[in-house]
Design a binder for this molecule. Sequence first.
Ligand code: ARG
Length: 479
Amino acid sequence: MTDDSSDDAAKTPPTGKGPAQSQAMWGGRFSEKPAELMQAINVSIGFDRRLAMQDLAGSRAHAAMLRKAGVISSQDEAAIQEGLRQVEAEVAAGTFPYREEFEDIHMNVEARLGELIGPAAGRLHTARSRNDQVALDFRMWVRDACDRTVEQLKALQRALLAKAEAHAATLMPGFTHLQPAQPVTFGHHLMAYVEMFGRDGGRFADARARMNESPLGAAALAGSPFPIDRHQTAEALGFARPTANSLDSVADRDFALEALGAGTICAIHLSRLAEEIVIWMTPQFGFVRLSDAFTTGSSIMPQKRNPDAAELVRAKAGRLLGAFSQLAVVMKGLPLTYAKDMQEDKQPAFEAFDALELSLKAMAGVVADLEPDTERMAAAAGAGFSTATDLADWLVREQGVAFREAHHITGAAVKRAEALGCDLATLPLSELQALHPGLTEKVYAVLTPEASVASRRSYGGTAPDQVRAQIERWKEILR
Ligand code: ARG
């Protein structure tokens, strides 16, 4: 019996209240410390420490503005700036003491500042709240992340561009339904991804432009009674302007959602390229080879060479979409303005951008590493009656046959070739003429994959000259 009860006691989670003593920063009206469980669910320093540099930049701009507005003295501002510089040095050196007792990054920085410079530190939080502070810090972090991603996307595009240039005329089958459709060039195929990643970069740039308004000075939610200059702090922190509604400033996280949306679309693009590389790497396709640098072996099957990097990039799309839906659900239905739910906005963004950065860099490495087996690709490009459309187009062009009828005749030719076990290019002329008397020797010139590809000169088509023109255009854009 006594054993049972002591067992129960051991299972009970620690709900004990601390000694009668108030929390340093906000505990004025409190007479007891929070329960340990309250503390456990409340602390965010474990993850929001990643906002340290943004927090310091925001505080420096805020202090300078307070001094210029006459809210704090020059001496206090000088002391605060010097203290913030010391804190920044500690953060950079990895010696800053992140402490759970101070809950989050904002109060950790302020507490440390107090230890370094004394009472002047207490003036920094004038005309500011953690609500506008966190909105500012997080916005600046997401803005930086968007900028980094744009650069990482460009690096990947450059890797694709270099491969595409080397293989602007390298034949490969183009697919629809993953069935051989029409011959294309490997360079053209790679350039399709250059376009996609270009639009991804555009989405991050658009999101950045929209988020580039400073929420600092919205204070808790209603604005400030002090003569603050929000334009000054906005400019100092690289924003185009201050936000125009104080409630909106502390209440929304759409900037992060938008960035995660762009990140999700980008990760989906990456997953498609990754999937194609996985398929091309199979011995059945045998289109490309990756070196030891971007493949792994099997611990049991010595013959294996696995495209793990591509597979992991393929999988990361789940993290991005997961992060987007995580934050979307946090924000859904939240009444204005700030609610502590929003503390849960940061981890999805941190994790998503970490995963995206790794994926973009790994993919750039994989692309630079991959070497196509040009002979195998060319053979596959000519297989599967891939020039059937060219035969139909010839009948339209040279014999004035209606496309529908030409399609029908060509279908019959494919059927005949299949029965004879040959290709369209090797189907005897007598066989072709039995299907349409207008078919002559000349038709064979359009039935090779080289001729098929070279003929597709329409803007954005797969003819090597068109591919090279697009490569030149992108080189200019990425210069
Ligand atoms: N750690 C908080 C967050 O990330 C900072 C804002 C807290 N504001 C408040 N009123 N409790 O959201």
